[in-house]
Write a new protein. Structure first.
Length: 67
């Protein structure tokens, strides 16, 4: 994989990590304030989707090693 492509993936991964942390903080704040359970559930679903994207990008960076 070219260095520029790997750098782009790492940058996208860093952005997703930050977004994941932001969702985590927002969810915790919503729980503390007693927000609707449905809204919290939707936020958690979005957070999980971000986690899935992060996993896919991490798999692109880390090569498969056959043991």
């Amino acid at each position: 994989m070219p260095d520029q492509e790997q750098a782009d993936i790492r940058l996208a991964l860093a952005r997703l990590r930050q977004e994941h942390e932001d969702y985590d903080a927002a969810i915790n704040a919503m729980i503390e304030t007693g927000c609707e359970a449905l809204r919290i559930q939707r936020m958690k679903k979005k957070k999980l989707a971000i986690k899935d994207k992060m996993t896919k990008l991490e798999d692109q960076i880390i090569p498969d090693i056959i043991a």
